[in-house]
Ligand binder design. Structure first.
Ligand SMILES: [Fe+2]
Ligand SMILES: [Fe+2]
Length: 191
């Protein structure tokens, strides 16, 4: 079995059927966006299919896995361990599937929060996660239209804005400061 089918079976084993469906959608969306913006679509697909493999972990499991992997927890991650699910996923696929592609690992790791100075591949996976066909929230159509127009920067900025707004409105919402830093970087580029 090649790496791609191994990755698909691994993702299927790690998450609920519903989440697996989301992961396939993200992989396919990432593949198609990557082609449009000049990123290797196969690497985008691989990161997409694996990005949420730790998303069904409990808070306790995420903290434990992060400690075992030597990930130093920021205070936001301690308060809201779900923020760790990307970083933990990257370590797991590196160890269990032997994935060494640093760009793919980064795209998996940063998809939950964004990362200052991130690469195009990371951005593609981030946006794909927000626009895959199963997503339905206020503003998602605007994002899809921006992508259809070829306005990737616009789609990225609006993805970040949608995430920050959504999280801020949640009862116990905690906006990751990294996401705010990334939003401001892109917002200033556009301004
Ligand atoms: Fe996720
Ligand atoms: Fe996701």
């Amino acid at each position: 079995m090649g790496l791609y089918s191994i990755a698909v079976s691994f993702a299927e084993k790690m998450v609920s059927p519903q989440r697996f469906c989301h992961s396939v959608n993200v992989a396919e969306a990432a593949f198609s966006i990557a082609r449009k913006v000049g990123v290797d679509p196969d690497r985008a697909y691989l990161a997409g299919i694996l990005h949420d493999i730790a998303r069904d972990f409990s808070s306790g499991e995420l903290i434990l896995a992060a400690r075992e992997e030597g990930i130093i927890l920021r205070k936001e991650e301690r308060a809201c361990p779900i923020l760790l699910h990307g970083k933990v996923a990257a370590r797991i696929v590196q160890a269990r599937l032997g994935i060494k592609d640093e760009g793919v690992l980064l795209a998996i790791a940063s998809h939950a929060t964004g990362r200052p100075g991130w690469t195009r591949l990371e951005q593609v996976v981030y946006v794909a996660d927000k626009v895959e066909p199963g997503r339905d929230y206020p503003g998602v159509e605007y994002l899809r239209e921006a992508l259809d127009r070829g306005d990737f920067e616009g789609a990225l900025l609006e993805s970040l804005r949608a995430t920050i707004t959504y999280v801020a409105r949640e009862e116990k919402g905690l906006v990751d400061p990294q996401t705010v830093v990334v939003f401001n970087e892109i917002s200033q580029v556009k301004a």
